[in-house]
Design a protein around this ligand. Structure first.
Ligand code: FAD
Length: 190
């Protein structure tokens, strides 16, 4: 197993982590930043959250009544994807150009107080660091609605709904629970 040792390890390419990695790297500290998804360089905000949602809202506000909804939606999604691709590349370059920052693709997990294993396919990298910063964001809690307790369908989440390719005929925003014991498998959104 390959091994490296750095001053500071940042797990997750979120808002605080990328700023910290860049700032400490420019001071000459050896930094490793681990991100588990190549489509998430720069974190949630620019890829699946703040920026793409506002871009879609802006595009929707520019549609004229004569514009076909599906054609406009396809155009808006393509524009959103081009924007996030550009921001992702810029975020990657911003840290890649700092010599003392090492960018690593893979899923990080602790194996000791100062030791983390990073897995990417069959490859495993062991990283030791005096300081480890956890910047892995959050996950949705399982909130149970009594009225939906027996409904085993899995409503889309914000990250999956942002990948819709067609205009939805209706949209409801709320809390859901897919952890019901009766639900052995999830179903796709409609
Ligand atoms: C639809 C939507 C719209 C939003 N709009 C706004 C807005 O307008 N304004 C605003 O201020 N906030 C907004 N937010 C909230 C904002 O996006 C989040 O608060 C912010 O992005 C969280 O940043 P973070 O640094 O905590 O984590 P993230 O940016 O989520 O970064 C965490 C990273 O860690 C990676 N990761 C996780 N686990 C591991 C692991 N074990 N190993 C390696 N990598 C790992 C993830 O892939 C991810 O890239 C919005 C959120 C959503 C869902």
């Amino acid at each position: 197993m390959a091994e490296i040792e750095v001053d500071v390890l940042v797990i997750g390419w979120g808002k605080g982590g990328k700023t910290l990695a860049g700032a400490l790297g420019r001071q000459g500290r050896s930094i490793a930043l681990v991100e588990e998804s190549t489509s998430m360089y720069g974190g949630s905000c620019i890829n699946i959250a703040c920026v793409p949602t506002k871009d879609l809202v802006h595009s929707a506000s520019e549609r004229r009544p004569a514009d076909d909804p599906q054609a406009w939606f396809t155009y808006a999604v393509a524009g959103r994807d081009a924007l996030t691709k550009k921001l992702r590349a810029r975020n990657h370059a911003m840290l890649d150009e700092v010599d003392s920052v090492t960018l690593i693709d893979g899923h990080a997990r602790f194996v000791g107080p100062h030791d983390v294993e990073v897995t990417a396919g069959a490859d495993v990298l062991s990283i030791r660091a005096q300081t480890i910063v956890i910047n892995t964001g959050t996950r949705r809690p399982n909130l149970r609605s009594p009225r939906r307790a027996r409904d085993c369908s899995t409503p889309p989440r914000s990250n999956t709904s942002s990948r819709f390719q067609s205009v939805s005929s209706s949209l409801a925003v709320g809390m859901s629970d897919s952890s019901s014991p009766e639900c052995s498998r999830s179903s796709a959104h409609r």
